[in-house]
Design a protein around this ligand. Structure first.
Ligand SMILES: *Cc1c(COP(=O)(O)O)cnc(C)c1O
Length: 353
């Protein structure tokens, strides 16, 4: 088995979470977790635990927010956000492929104002100087650009509701979460398997648009039914709950952030030191702690590097086709040891080159 999984998503999960999830498939209070009713007391407890842990980790318990676990992926949120929040126009920050996709969906509901974009530079940095008009219905951003390896380190100061796709850095670092009015993220990058998306919404931003909203796309309907409007993805939610418990037992976001920073330091130090490689992101402060993107200066060595990495048990480091080169995704479940293994292979290659 390849033991160092750097995949961008679905991604590596902590071994003990995988073990508990596997056990529950065979026996969860005398049935399989895959067989139980979502209305059973046992599953209702799982759902409530998963919802409350999400708010607790983000420091948002008792602050007017609701956590929902919805199907359809983060991509579904691209349209749900606009459906529920856009009356006339909304502002979007264009920092990558996922922003572009969110913008495309939002355009079906009103005027989309792209207030800044780094597209012309193939998204190798985060635009900094911009202001968001006060008459926008909301401002939409991505904190981490999974494909390009950039990350917004600070929180934009705006006077309109702030909506954020945190798919690939949710639960990985502290932020001023109270400054965000709606946060969403597909589970498969930092929390669990594919199939469920966490949505954390501040209740008072809802119910303000005049259009009719289909039930399945209406946040208020999901809130009213405690995130059980229809059959929820039981197993992904259970596994997400296990990951959030794992995070809590170890010390929460504060704990994992330190480890994530350490892993990123190890990785970027080697990218900068080793002359065979070059970082993709221009501005060092924009470098993602989660996804390190880099290219090789000598293409002729790539076959050798790929086979050495594979021999060391490394998988998932190929870059996305729109960037090329390599991408090391270092989500919460990835160990320091895995990063060290990749760094060792890069050094080994340098010696042999
Ligand atoms: C992966 C990803 C998405 C898409 O998620 P799906 O759950 O596949 O729809 C959206 N935004 C970001 C930032 C992502 O990394």
């Amino acid at each position: 088995m390849l033991k160092h999984n750097f995949s961008a998503g679905p991604c590596v999960l902590p071994q003990e979470v995988l073990k508990k999830a596997a056990d529950a498939v065979l026996n969860f209070n005398d049935l399989s977790i895959l067989e139980i009713s979502h209305r059973s007391k046992d599953f209702v407890e799982v759902m409530e635990k998963a919802r409350s842990l999400a708010l607790e980790h983000l420091g948002l318990s008792g602050k007017g927010y609701t956590a929902l676990y919805l199907a359809g992926g983060a991509s579904m949120q691209f349209l749900m956000v606009a459906y529920n929040l856009m009356e006339k126009k909304a502002a979007y920050l264009d920092t990558g492929t996922w922003s572009a996709k969110a913008i495309k969906e939002a355009k079906m509901f009103g005027e989309v104002n792209i207030i800044a974009s780094s597209k012309a530079d193939n998204y190798n940095h985060i635009p900094k100087d911009y202001s968001v008009p006060d008459d926008a219905d909301y401002f939409h951003i991505q904190t981490n650009n999974t494909i390009f390896g950039t990350q917004l380190k600070s929180t934009p100061q705006v006077n309109v509701p702030l909506v954020c796709d945190m798919s690939s850095d949710i639960m990985s670092r502290q932020r001023d979460f109270e400054k965000y009015d709606l946060i969403y993220g597909g589970a498969q990058k930092n929390m669990g398997p594919a199939g469920v998306t966490l949505v954390v919404v501040k209740d008072d931003i809802l119910g303000k648009v005049s259009r009719q909203i289909p039930s399945m796309l209406d946040y208020n309907k999901h809130i009213a039914s405690d995130s059980m409007f229809n059959t929820p993805p039981v197993f992904p939610i259970y596994t997400t709950m296990l990951t959030l418990e794992w995070l809590k037992e170890n010390g929460g976001i504060d704990w994992v952030e330190k480890i994530n920073n350490h892993k990123a330091d190890l990785m970027y130090s080697e990218i900068d030191r080793n002359e065979l490689f070059k970082g993709y992101v221009i501005d060092k402060e924009d470098r993602s702690i989660m996804n390190a993107t880099f290219t090789m200066n000598e293409e002729s060595l790539s076959d050798k590097f790929n086979s050495m990495a594979k021999d060391a048990g490394i998988s998932g480091i190929n870059g996305h086709r729109s960037v090329g080169g390599y991408r090391a995704s270092m989500y919460n479940g990835l160990t320091v040891e895995s990063v060290q293994t990749l760094v060792d292979v890069m050094r080994e290659l340098e010696k042999k080159a």
